[in-house]
Design a protein around this ligand. Structure first.
Ligand code: SAH
Length: 338
């Protein structure tokens, strides 16, 4: 039985039509669920009992559970338990300009990036669409506030769970649904080329971020096994095509690893790789973990790298850090909750 929070508006409309019910029931149900936040069918007035009975019979209305919260300045980490006992995390950040939520897309991850904690666990399974939507609904209920932006940068590789992630984006972006503007939704990928090509044909204006982390293919293969399947040079070409097709600026993520990818030559090489592309580089200070020997590049090194890129005419920012005190920072998720 499908969970109701994984059903896109179009699919709900089709369901009602196929059931001989009125098409506008989809609007009514979406309004209760996502505008009024009434999740109990018995509390939905104006919906006939036969419709309710059918919905009860055909859909599951259950929720995943928040089992732990950790709070730090400007950040909250949530541990969820799924119906099958698996656990995932999401991280809520309070910026001056609003709240953003980092959601997980899989239980574990198969990409095996050498520096990342989530990748040590291997993928257990993809998240269902509703399990992503409910991360948002439960946290909004808990903080009594709307989430302004969503980044799919938690545990998992979103493009390895393409269909469910796309339905998730449709539901949260739908003006009749959670109504988060597409410009406030970011998918981050380690570079699954065929899926990036597919994304270029989706007509939702979300942001795309590429975890590049190296300026050449040899180095990238050493730290990101996915590069052996989808080579950096082909990835860059794919991103160029994506930009051409969508006219949207792409974010390039680059994690600063001490003495691995952080010297001047690396910066120059990265600049020439990206020259002329409509991208901006987000330098991520590496978050060290207990199990992995990589170290964070020093502040000075990061600043130098930043300056070099700037001088070469590349748009660049340094990621503001959140949550390292509670292991909620990038690459630290699921490090203590195994
Ligand atoms: N699988 C997706 C999204 C999850 S990771 C992707 O690869 O993009 C989100 C970002 O955090 C990625 O850029 C990832 O490479 C980075 N990251 C992983 N471990 C990190 C760590 N320990 N410190 C800082 N960033 C890390």
């Amino acid at each position: 039985m499908k969970n109701i929070f994984g059903i896109t508006f179009d699919d709900l409309e089709t369901y009602f039509i196929n059931n001989g019910d009125k098409k506008f029931r989809a609007t009514q149900i979406y309004e209760f669920l996502y505008k009024k936040r009434v999740f109990d069918l018995d509390k939905m007035n104006n919906i006939p009992n036969t419709t309710k009975d059918n919905l009860k019979y055909d859909f599951d209305f259950s929720f995943i559970k928040i089992i732990k919260k950790q709070v730090d300045t400007d950040v909250k980490k949530y541990l969820f338990e799924l119906a099958d006992g698996n656990r995932i995390e999401s991280v809520l950040m309070f910026h001056d300009y609003g709240t953003s939520l980092c959601v997980s897309s899989q239980v574990g991850c198969n990409m095996g990036c050498k520096f990342c904690e989530s990748g040590r666990l291997k993928k257990v399974r993809d998240l269902e669409t509703y399990e992503m939507v409910e991360q948002i609904l439960l946290i909004e209920a808990e903080i009594k506030k709307r989430i302004d932006s969503v980044v799919i940068m938690g545990i998992g590789e979103p493009l390895d769970n393409y269909d469910n992630v796309l339905d998730f984006i449709k539901i949260i972006n739908d003006p009749k649904g959670i109504a988060i503007g597409a410009r406030h939704i970011t998918i981050s990928t380690c570079g699954l080329i065929p899926k990036i090509e597919a994304l270029a044909n989706e007509d939702i204006q979300f942001n795309l971020a590429i975890s590049l982390h190296a300026p050449n293919t040899q180095l990238r293969s050493k730290i990101m096994p996915i590069n052996k399947a989808f080579d950096l040079n082909l990835l860059i070409k794919t991103v160029k095509d994506y930009i051409k097709k969508t006219n949207r600026r792409v974010t390039i993520e680059y994690v600063m690893l001490d003495k691995v990818n952080d010297n001047e030559t690396n910066a120059m090489e990265l600049a020439s790789l990206l020259k002329g592309m409509n991208v901006y580089v987000n330098l991520i200070p590496y978050n060290e973990t207990n199990h992995i020997e990589y170290k964070r590049a020093s502040k000075d090194t990061i600043m130098k790298f930043y300056d070099t890129l700037k001088k070469q005419g590349i748009n660049v920012t340094i990621r503001k850090e959140f949550g390292s005190n509670i292991d909620a920072a990038c690459g630290q998720l699921r490090s203590k909750e195994v």
